[in-house]
Design a protein around this ligand. Structure first.
Ligand SMILES: Cc1cc2nc3c(=O)[nH]c(=O)nc-3n(C[C@H](O)[C@H](O)[C@H](O)COP(=O)(O)O)c2cc1C
Length: 360
């Protein structure tokens, strides 16, 4: 058998878009704000994705939804993900994403959340021979010049093999890459991602396949890359509060940040999020992130509890600095970087229109 000598640092392409690395940061509703995507890029992700954006919201000119399309040059290449069930509306939404600067338009066909599936969007689009899904891919691919991609699950029901029909249909309809999260929608996040199905999809299509699901270590990434023949690995939950995982995959070495580095990165994330969402929204939005940064047993449990009760980000920063005073010089170094973001012209505050948990 041929030895797979591909590296996660390789350059590869989706359509004509060059992707500088085989590590992709997953789209996550309620998580993938610009600060998160920028952090992913800084730590070595070759491609980052927006969370799912409602085509209906964009179509109705909903200002809050349109704020999702805030894109800055330092995040690119960036895929903007849209969800919806109407081909015409999806095509129009895709045009708006491209006008805003998206390099790739990704179509969500994996969201298992009822609020989305009951409208005929998300994971249901792979059902019934993927007829409706294929019509959406075709309409979107005809509407924009940039590559169109699809992210899907194995199907809706447990044991479903809809992906095997849907994948080739979406390729024929114009998809330039496919991401597979090989769980059923019914499974939500229970059980495990069966990457034997990813290998099968790779054998059925000729466009690149991105593997998503339970890739949370270098070892796992290597096994998935080698055993499935996928073009890239997508990292979701493993990168929450742990961007160093992306770096360790890309550089193929253990990257273990010091407590000072963790606190400095956490504070940078807090500041960039405040810049993006405004203080009141950021305080609420950041709570889950505090727990994510502080897990892995490095900090006292009481710190986590304390952060979850604080009402301002200034208090959060003070508590973090008290836990790792040595982070102060690292933060001072980052200040110029954060100030430089204003020059990118993306300083509008972002209002999050939806906060669905588990969009795919
Ligand atoms: C909080 C959360 C939000 C998510 N939102 C989206 C989304 O908006 N679009 C999407 O395609 N997938 C979404 N997903 C699915 C992830 O992109 C990914 O496929 C899944 O989490 C499996 O990868 P992981 O094990 O690395 O987390 C979400 C997952 C989580 C945990």
């Amino acid at each position: 058998m041929a030895v797979d000598v591909r590296s996660l640092a390789d350059v590869w392409t989706i359509g004509d878009v060059e992707i500088p690395g085989r590590v992709v940061l997953a789209p996550m509703a309620g998580v993938s704000v610009q600060a998160f995507r920028r952090q992913g890029r800084r730590h070595g992700a070759g491609l980052v994705c927006s969370e799912m954006v409602s085509a209906c919201g964009l179509g109705h000119g909903n200002e809050r939804t349109k704020d999702y399309l805030r894109i800055a040059p330092d995040e690119r290449p960036l895929a903007v993900q849209i969800f919806g069930s109407d081909p015409v509306q999806m095509a129009e939404a895709a045009r708006m994403c491209v006008a805003a600067g998206a390099d790739i338009v990704d179509i969500n066909m994996g969201c298992p959340v009822r609020k989305v599936t009951k409208t005929g969007a998300g994971a249901t689009l792979t059902e019934g021979g993927a007829e409706r899904g294929a019509r959406i891919v075709e309409a979107v691919a005809n509407a924009v010049e940039v590559p169109v991609t699809v992210k899907m699950r194995r199907g809706v029901d447990n044991g479903s093999r809809d992906f095997a029909v849907a994948g080739p249909r979406f390729e024929a309809a114009g998809a330039r890459a496919l991401t597979l999260h090989p769980r059923s929608a019914k499974q939500m996040y229970t059980g495990t991602a069966d990457h034997a199905l990813t290998a099968e999809l790779v054998s059925l299509v000729s466009v690149p396949v991105i593997a998503s699901g339970d890739i949370d270590s270098r070892e796992r990434a290597r096994v998935v890359l080698e055993t499935t023949g996928c073009a890239a690995v997508m990292i979701g939950r493993g990168a929450q509060g742990n961007p160093w995982l992306l770096q360790s995959l890309r550089e193929d070495r253990d990257v273990r940040p010091t407590n000072e580095q963790v606190v400095a990165e956490h504070i940078r994330f807090v500041r960039e999020t405040v810049r993006e969402l405004g203080e009141p929204r950021a305080v609420h939005f950041l709570r889950k992130f505090h727990a994510w940064y502080l897990r892995r047993g490095r900090f006292p449990r009481t710190l986590r509890q304390e952060l979850s009760t604080l009402q301002t980000t200034a208090e959060v920063e003070a508590a973090l600095l008290a836990a790792a005073p040595g982070a102060a010089p690292l933060i001072a170094q980052m200040e110029a970087d954060i100030a430089a973001l204003d020059a990118l012209g993306d300083d509008a505050e972002l209002d999050l229109p939806i906060s669905l948990y588990g969009g795919g």
